[in-house]
Design a protein around this ligand. Structure first.
Ligand code: SF4
Ligand code: SF4
Length: 150
C-alpha cells in the first residue's frame, strides 16, 4: 500500500495563512484542510474511518490554549472538549498563537511543519510585544526554587 499522502501545503498556503491571520481559533479549519485519519491508524474497529476529519474531542486544543489559561472562567463555561467548544469560549480573543493546531492529532504534519518553520517567528515576536519587555528568565534561579521550595 502506498504511503498515505498528507496535504501539500503549497496547494492551500493562501487559505492557510488567511486562517492563521484571523483572530479566531484556527484548529477546526486546519483540521478540515488536513487529510484525516490515516488508514494505518491502530484503531480496532470494523468501520473504515480513513480520511475522516472529525474532531476527536480529545481536548488537546483546549488544554494548550494560553488564552484559556489566563481566563479560566471562560474555560468553565462548558465541559465539552472539542474544537467547537474552543471556538465558542475563545472567539475573537484568540491570540493567533497556533498552539491548538500544533497539538491536534487530526491536523496534518505538513501543516504543523509549515507553521513551525514559516510562521513561528512572527507569532513569537507578536506575543513578546503583547507581554512587554520582560528580561531574560533566570533559569538557574527558577531551577533552584523548584528543587528547593521555600
Ligand atoms: S491555542 Fe492559540 S490559536 Fe488556538 S485558540 Fe488558543 S489562543 Fe487561539
Ligand atoms: S485537538 Fe482534539 S479536540 Fe481539538 S480539534 Fe483536534 S481532535 Fe478536536
Amino acid at each position: 500500500m502506498p504511503l498515505y499522502r498528507q496535504r501539500d501545503v503549497a496547494e492551500i498556503e493562501a487559505i492557510l495563512n488567511e486562517i492563521l491571520n484571523t483572530a479566531s481559533p484556527p484548529v477546526g479549519r486546519c483540521r478540515l484542510l488536513s487529510s484525516g485519519i490515516n488508514p494505518a491508524h491502530a484503531l480496532d474497529i470494523a468501520e473504515d474511518i480513513s480520511g475522516h476529519q472529525e474532531c476527536l474531542g480529545c481536548g488537546n486544543c483546549i488544554d494548550i490554549c494560553p488564552f484559556l489559561f489566563r481566563e479560566p472562567s471562560r474555560r468553565e463555561k462548558t465541559e465539552q472538549r472539542s474544537s467547537m467548544a474552543l471556538e465558542s469560549v475563545v472567539g475573537e480573543d484568540c491570540d493567533r498563537c497556533a498552539a491548538c493546531v500544533l497539538v491536534c492529532p487530526q491536523v496534518d504534519t505538513t501543516i504543523k511543519n509549515y507553521i513551525v518553520n514559516r510562521r513561528m517567528v512572527e507569532v513569537m515576536s507578536r506575543l513578546e510585544q503583547r507581554i512587554g519587555d520582560e528580561s531574560e528568565p533566570d533559569l538557574d534561579l527558577f531551577l533552584e526554587e523548584a528543587i528547593n521550595p521555600a
